[in-house]
Structures are given as C-alpha cells and as structure tokens.
Design a protein around this ligand. Structure first.
Ligand code: CMP
Length: 145
C-alpha cells in the first residue's frame, strides 16, 4: 500500500544533502514535503520525548540542535519499512559492517551521529510529519487569536 513516512537528515549529514537525496530518489521515494530548519532545544526535546530519561537523551539534543536539519515527508509503497531498510541500523559503525549499502553506513559516524532519522511505525510517521508540517486549517486563517 502507498504510505507516508517521515525522514530527517541530521546536522552531521546536511553537508551531503545532495547525495542523500540521490539515494532517496534512486530508491523511488517521492519527496512530497521538505524543509530545512534549526530546531530549538525545546522542539528537539518534544520531537524525541519518547527517549527522555535515557542516558543518550541530553547528548542527542546537543547533537540534533548543533545545526540545521532537513525534514521530509516521503511517499512510496510500504514507505515506513522501506525507509528504515534504506537507513540501515541505528549504529553507523554496525551499519558499515552489516549493511554497507545504507545511508547510515555511507554518511553516519557512530550510534549517535547517524546521518538521518526514520519513523519506526505508521503512528510515529503521522505524529512526526504533523510536528514538522502542521496541516493548515481554514479555521486558523478565519479566526484571529
Ligand atoms: P534516531 O533514529 O533519530 O532515533 C533516536 C536517536 O537517538 C538515534 O537516531 C540516535 O541519534 C540516538 N541514539 C539512539 N541510541 C543511542 C545510543 N545508544 N547512544 C547514543 N545515541 C543513541
């Protein structure tokens, strides 16, 4: 089935955005929304709130706010699973050993600085797309405040 997922090129890989998009297009994902943004620490904390309390949480916020990120909505058949396969394992060093033809193997450094993010489920995809690309409602335009 045709499905949406959320992809985020993280600060360490934005300097290779063209190469990341080449991979995305060669795997037949449609880029349906895209923007570059500098996240505040509060926004990063909300985006990654499921990881609050983990030992890597504060360093993760430092990392993901260290420069701009590029957020994308990707569409294809089975997009959530296919984007996770295209990314490879979270740990870029493991990816280089076990899945060398993946984005994290090619553009990531280690288990934190891993080049890009992908939604882990359909529910997460909907939440993450709405986080970066809130749907504009006629109501918001028509009613002040
Ligand atoms: P991402 O797919 O964006 O989801 C959560 C992020 O936390 C992950 O990529 C990594 O950047 C980071 N992360 C996950 N696990 C670890 C870990 N064990 N040590 C450091 N960073 C991690």
């Amino acid at each position: 089935k045709r499905q949406r997922t959320f992809a985020m090129v993280k600060p360490d890989a934005v300097h290779r955005l063209g190469e990341v998009i080449d991979v995305i297009q060669s795997r037949n994902f449609e880029v349906s929304q895209m923007k570059m943004v500098q996240l505040t620490r509060a926004q990063a904390g909300l985006f990654y709130r499921e990881h609050e309390g983990r030992p890597f949480f504060e360093p993760l916020l430092d990392y993901v706010t260290s420069g701009p990120v590029v957020a994308m909505e990707l569409i294809t058949t089975n997009a959530v699973q296919r984007w996770r396969e295209t990314l490879g394992p979270t740990d870029a060093e493991l990816a280089r050993r076990e899945a060398p033809d993946t984005i994290r193997a090619k553009f990531g450094k280690d288990k934190q600085s891993n080049a890009a993010h992908g939604s882990d489920s359909d529910v997460a995809a909907t939440r993450e797309i709405e986080f970066f690309f809130p749907s504009s409602k006629v109501h918001d335009i028509m009613v002040p405040q």
